[in-house]
Design a protein around this ligand. Structure first.
Ligand SMILES: NC(=O)c1ccc[n+]([C@@H]2O[C@H](COP(=O)([O-])OP(=O)(O)OC[C@H]3O[C@@H](n4cnc5c(N)ncnc54)[C@H](O)[C@@H]3O)[C@@H](O)[C@H]2O)c1
Length: 438
């Protein structure tokens, strides 16, 4: 039996009258806001980055999965409202928090953005409001960090307002699995909190999976990302071993993947990038370190993955050596600087780490990535070079660090003398020169 406060919110959700705000309009928050609007809820987006807000107000998208024409049509219909003013959240029934959760300098969790958002939210919190944290974080943070800040004005979570955690599972660039068809995990502070958050997500997500506690939901997200980090580390390690025993790891994985049960293919590469895999397992590892429990497997996986850029550097040494050249002074063309295929996101991209290592050793670098107009590596700014036979032929070595569908690998194969392929991108391409693999 729901309390009158909860029953009112449930009814508002059912009737699409609940006013929703999304706080933090980045890769996660912006697509989420559009889904909430499409589901029919009166919605507001809030971000502290004025430049981002201005771009949104002009219908200019900075998130690849959000097409500008969609922004434009929502703006013209008066359905997309954005602000940097927390006071506007006072009339909101539901607030979704999608702010960043990076690592600090010592690679510890940096919850600064979550605390800032919660502090501002506490100022406009009212009875009956539902607050849902979507940012990835370690188990316990919603209850130990966010809840006390929200309660600082005197309202009690679970009684006066509702609190839940529901990890965002967005996969940028993935056209098959979107917010709608990726089940949503929901853990509330109380059964009522869980119930209300589930009712809300059911309005626009095909399947909602309630769990018994906030911590379970927080931990589930970290399990998903630790699972990826570990499996990538395993194939990265096997790639190095396979290389030394003369076996092609890609052929090994392809063969193993014919098993219809009990195996899921993961692929090696120059390291891991993005906001999640290089970051989130550290959250878990840090949390248990505080309990004097080492997360040995996770720490080892992170170490193996973080060593891959150095391995790519050595393969580049090998390649250049084979033609009597050294990295110092060599013209090296980097293909793909985004952290994964078909996205323009370079956060924590291993390609940038490889570039940094090459730069430190005197390599002369250029890059081609149709999705990334420019990057900066240790104070040196590079701009995307259009791919051409002259660009390729003018390079001593072509180093493939990301695989995008848009890149013309045939052209690379026809014109490059020396290729280091860390992504198996040249597999079915005829190459006139020598190809070095991971
Ligand atoms: N990007 C992904 O693929 C992905 C996938 C799943 C989960 N996540 C998680 O989602 C969260 C957000 O990630 P993201 O990739 O969207 O980050 P992002 O950096 O793209 O966007 C975060 C936004 O929050 C804004 N912001 C920061 N502090 C704020 C505050 N106090 N109030 C209002 N806005 C504030 C920033 O200006 C920025 O626009 C992180 O915890 C991340 O781990 C990300």
């Amino acid at each position: 039996m729901l309390s009158p406060l909860a029953a009112t919110l449930e009814q508002r959700i059912q009737e699409r009258q609940a006013r929703v705000a999304v706080v933090g309009l980045g890769y996660v928050g912006l697509p989420l806001l559009l889904h909430v609007i499409r589901a029919g809820f009166p919605s507001l987006g809030l971000d502290i980055d004025r430049q981002r807000l201005q771009r949104l107000q002009a219908g200019d998208s900075y998130v690849q999965d959000v097409p500008p024409d969609e922004l434009y049509s929502l703006l013209s219909a008066g359905k997309l409202e954005v602000t940097d003013d927390y006071a506007q959240l006072t009339d909101r029934d539901i607030v979704l928090v999608c702010v960043p959760t990076p690592l600090g300098k010592s690679r510890d969790p940096d919850l600064r953005y979550i605390v800032q958002a919660a502090t501002r939210l506490a100022e406009c919190l009212h009875r009956g409001q539902l607050i849902i944290l979507e940012s990835t974080t370690y188990p316990g943070s919603t209850e130990e960090v966010v809840k006390p800040v929200l309660e600082s004005g005197g309202l009690r979570a679970g009684d006066d307002f509702f609190l839940a955690f529901s990890p965002e599972r967005i996969d940028p660039g993935n056209r098959k699995y979107t917010i709608e068809n990726t089940p949503k995990i929901v853990g509330g502070l109380t059964p009522t909190c869980t119930h209300l958050a589930c009712r809300f997500y059911e309005a626009f997500v095909s399947a909602v999976h309630p769990v018994p506690s906030i911590r379970t939901a927080e931990m589930a997200k970290l399990l998903e990302n630790a699972f990826r980090a570990l499996n990538i580390a395993l194939v990265n390690e096997l790639a190095l071993l396979s290389h030394s025993i003369g076996v092609d790891i890609w052929e090994v994985i392809e063969a193993a993947a014919t098993k219809p049960f009990g195996f899921m293919p993961f692929y090696p590469g120059p390291g891991v990038g993005g906001h999640c895999i290089p970051v989130d397992p550290h959250y878990l590892s840090w949390r248990v370190k505080n309990l004097s429990l080492p997360a040995r497997l996770i720490d080892l996986a992170m170490e193996i993955n973080s060593q891959m850029p150095a391995h790519v550097l050595h393969r580049t040494f090998d390649a250049l050596n084979s033609v009597g050249k050294s990295v110092r002074g060599a013209q090296i063309l980097i293909i793909g600087v985004a952290y994964k295929p078909n996205v323009g996101d370079t956060r924590e991209s291993p390609a940038l780490k490889v570039m940094q290592l090459l730069q430190e050793r005197g390599g002369r670098l250029r890059y081609h990535d149709p999705l990334v107009p420019e990057v900066e590596v240790d104070g040196i700014r590079y701009t995307n070079q259009p791919l051409s036979p002259a660009l390729i032929e003018g390079s001593d070595c072509v180093l493939i660090t990301t695989h995008h569908d848009q890149i013309d690998y045939e052209m690379i194969g026809q014109h490059a003398d020396l290729i280091v392929d860390t992504r198996n991108a040249m597999r079915s391409v005829r190459c006139r020169g020598r190809v070095f693999r991971l």
